[in-house]
Design a protein around this ligand. Structure first.
Ligand SMILES: C[S@@+](CC[C@H](N)C(=O)[O-])C[C@H]1O[C@@H](n2cnc3c(N)ncnc32)[C@H](O)[C@@H]1O
Length: 389
């Protein structure tokens, strides 16, 4: 790949991306830079529904889908499903995999292609459940939920229990949407600071506002799903979303392209971050806790060992990705460097060499530094495009 000059670029949200480095096909690397430069909150269609950490920018997903081409796409680290939503909008067959049951729940919620009547039935159930939840008197009895009593005021826990019971009694065909709305409010009504900050802050919620918030979320989801259904070309198949470890899953039939953003090394613990939702939604995260790759906790426990494992994992998912691709298929990866024990972790070098070993050849790349607000330091991020040999 040929070098091109480094520069500072103003991104869409006017956040400077510095030390820009473009490699390979110049026209393609410019498009990758465009994807890397996307900034700012996007709330269109279902993208803004439900928080999910480290979501890919929807415009970046759209650009990368254009760059990789093809009629079908896989995201092996699907997270909240950003790539799938954009793939649906482009009329493509879309497959997603994630080891976190909350990720697949969010991705499923954001990609529900429901007819209007079903959305209306979901709204009706939302109203009914809200009325039950406002007056619900029983505290949860489930031991997993009881363990969380420090995170919720008692009246909030009662209202949540009412919502949970109400969803159980709703017709199964609308439960996925109701569960997505329930999940969307869980951290907000708790004392947890945010999805990614696991600290407690003592906040008070007025009685009945938890039930009202649920109702508001159901209506919001209904509106967003109607917009999504109108925007997706007719005949686009519903996405396939698989709960599992992408190192062990190969979608059938193979896909034309992969667009993905794997965990940056040592940045998040995606599965444990969701412990409130796991308990309230009755999900099973045991596999996810063991199979999650690049987890921050592994680097904290033993940096050298975690680095070796992370590199092996790169090789494993890249091999699996190659198997999932049709000949000539393209893979676009968005990844950033990590930091553990105050030492930076280079993501690019290992990714490129493991990709070559797995049978990919590089096409183009764009890299740049972006200020990480949480970390208060610049983080180097990369978009890499490769082709199956
Ligand atoms: C950076 S996030 C993906 C975000 C996604 N692009 C979005 O827009 O929401 C990385 C995801 O990788 C998932 N993950 C970690 N290890 C995995 C594995 N072994 N197999 C599948 N998914 C995994 C995490 O649960 C997390 O959801």
């Amino acid at each position: 790949m040929a070098d091109s000059p480094s520069d500072t670029v103003r991104t869409a949200g006017w956040q400077p991306l510095s030390r820009v480095d473009l490699q390979g096909d110049p026209a393609v690397s410019e498009r990758l830079l465009e994807a890397l430069s996307c900034e700012g909150r996007v709330d269109r269609l279902t993208h803004g529904f439900h928080t999910y950490p480290a979501g890919l920018h929807p415009d970046a997903a759209r650009i990368l889908l254009e760059v990789v081409g093809g009629d079908s796409v896989l995201d092996p680290f699907v997270g909240g499903g950003t790539v799938l939503v954009e793939a649906l909008l482009a009329g493509r067959r879309a497959v997603g995999v994630d080891v976190s049951p909350v990720a697949t729940l969010v991705a499923r919620t954001r990609t529900l292609l429901w007819p209007e009547e079903r959305i209306a039935r979901m709204r009706g159930q939302g109203r009914r459940i809200t009325e039950i939840a406002k007056r619900y008197e029983d505290l949860p009895r489930d031991p997993e939920v009881l363990r969380l009593r420090d995170w919720f005021e008692p009246h909030v826990a009662r209202e949540l229990e009412g919502i949970r019971r109400g969803i159980e009694l709703a017709p199964p065909e609308v439960q996925p949407g109701l569960l997505g709305a329930f999940s969307a409010i869980l951290v907000k009504v708790s004392m947890r600071v945010s999805d990614t900050v696991p600290k407690r802050s003592l906040v008070h919620r007025e009685p009945e506002t938890t039930a009202f918030l649920f109702h508001k979320k159901v209506r919001e989801l209904g509106r967003r799903l109607e917009e999504l259904a109108r925007a997706v070309p007719e005949g686009t198949p519903a996405p396939e979303i698989i709960d599992g470890d992408c190192r062990a899953v190969t979608p059938e039939p193979p896909v034309d392209a992969i667009v993905t953003s794997p965990p940056y090394p040592a940045v998040y613990d995606y599965v444990p971050l969701q412990h409130l939702r796991i308990a309230w939604l009755g999900l099973d995260d045991r596999e996810g806790k063991v199979r999650e790759i690049g987890a921050r906790r592994a680097f904290r426990a033993d940096r050298a060992r975690a680095l070796r494992t992370w590199r092996q994992d790169l090789g494993l998912w890249l091999h699996r990705s190659r198997e999932a691709l049709n000949p000539g298929g393209r893979l676009a990866v968005v990844i950033g460097d990590g930091v553990a024990a105050s030492e930076p972790i280079d993501a690019l070098g290992p990714l490129e060499s493991e990709a070559r070993r797995a049978g990919f050849q590089p096409v183009a790349r764009a890299s740049g530094d972006r200020m990480d607000q949480g970390w208060q330091q610049p983080r180097r991020e990369h978009v890499i495009l490769m082709e199956r040999r």
